[in-house]
Design a protein around this ligand. Structure first.
Ligand SMILES: NC(=O)c1ccc[n+]([C@@H]2O[C@H](COP(=O)([O-])OP(=O)(O)OC[C@H]3O[C@@H](n4cnc5c(N)ncnc54)[C@H](OP(=O)(O)O)[C@@H]3O)[C@@H](O)[C@H]2O)c1
Length: 251
């Protein structure tokens, strides 16, 4: 079912960089009241300064107290939220075949940020989203949630879990005023890949990605698979081994 949401009051997590900053700028240019969030106030203020009227809230999605405090702050500023872009994410290379495999401290941050953080932010935002006549929560997943990249095993697993959570949330909120959307990006040219030894090949330029993401949102889609993200969605069903080999090379 497609439903139209007017994006009037938009909260973006991870709004200081890459996809989050880009989506925030797109909504701001359409006249929305946009609040960007992230852990580093100065990075947020740098972005907001380029878009007069955009505001910032410090929010560490991996810290439950920070989620509660930031959402109270947001609630004091806007009567309702029409749009939550749940986008904050980190990616790490982790090698479980190494002589010293990753320990709990290596594993925890991606799960706390990409999965638990996303769930907690969505849960905390729901009362504000419900106050709008129509609203939507947008989860930023990944093509790697459908076909994992073995060098980023925990990252890929968190994105698979984000997809699963999104399906359940959409079912629970079916018939409510809140639409549940998942964007499934391909590799996009952003600082996310700073941990990789070299920039990933075939990264989609950020502006091209943003054009396509906004088009999907404007069309009211529930799932917006873009480029290789869409290929991974389909390939995971029809040719999972082939696609896994394509992304990871032969073992
Ligand atoms: N770029 C790609 O190829 C690609 C592909 C598929 C999916 N994605 C997804 O797209 C989303 C955005 O990634 P990006 O490519 O735009 O990366 P990015 O440029 O590195 O931006 C990540 C953003 O998340 C914020 N962040 C990180 N940890 C946070 C935390 N604990 N609490 C709040 N904010 C936090 C960062 O700000 P601070 O560090 O200042 O907090 C930053 O604003 C992520 O979920 C990523 O997994 C990206």
């Amino acid at each position: 079912m497609t439903r139209r949401v007017t994006d009037k009051a938009v909260l973006v997590t991870g709004g200081s960089s890459g996809i989050g900053a880009g989506l925030a700028a797109r909504f701001h240019s359409r006249g929305a009241q946009v609040i960007i969030s992230g852990r580093d106030r100065s990075r947020l203020e740098e972005v907001a300064a380029r878009h007069p009227g955009m505001s910032v809230v410090v929010l560490d999605v991996a810290d439950p107290d920070s989620v509660t405090e930031a959402m109270a702050d947001v609630a004091a500023r806007v009567p309702h939220l029409t749009t939550l872009i749940n986008n904050a994410g980190i990616q790490r290379l982790l090698d479980f075949s190494a002589a010293e495999p990753p320990g709990p401290r290596d594993v925890a941050p991606e799960i706390a940020t990409n999965l638990t953080g996303l769930i907690n932010v969505t849960a905390a935002a729901l009362p504000l989203l419900r106050r709008a006549e129509r609203s939507r929560v947008v989860h930023v997943g990944s093509g790697l949630g459908f076909v994992p990249f073995a060098n980023t095993p925990v990252y890929s697993a968190t994105k698979a879990a984000v997809h699963s959570f999104t399906l359940s949330l959409r079912r629970q909120l079916a018939g409510s005023s809140v639409q549940v959307v998942e964007i499934i990006p391909p590799v996009v040219d952003t600082p996310l890949h700073r941990d990789l030894p070299s920039p990933p090949p075939r990264a989609m330029p950020l502006d091209v990605f943003l054009d396509r993401a906004m088009r999907g949102l404007d069309a009211g889609k529930d799932e917006i698979g873009i480029g290789l993200g869409r290929v991974s969605q389909i390939g995971a069903r029809v040719a999972p081994k082939r696609l896994f080999a394509l992304i990871n090379g032969r073992a």
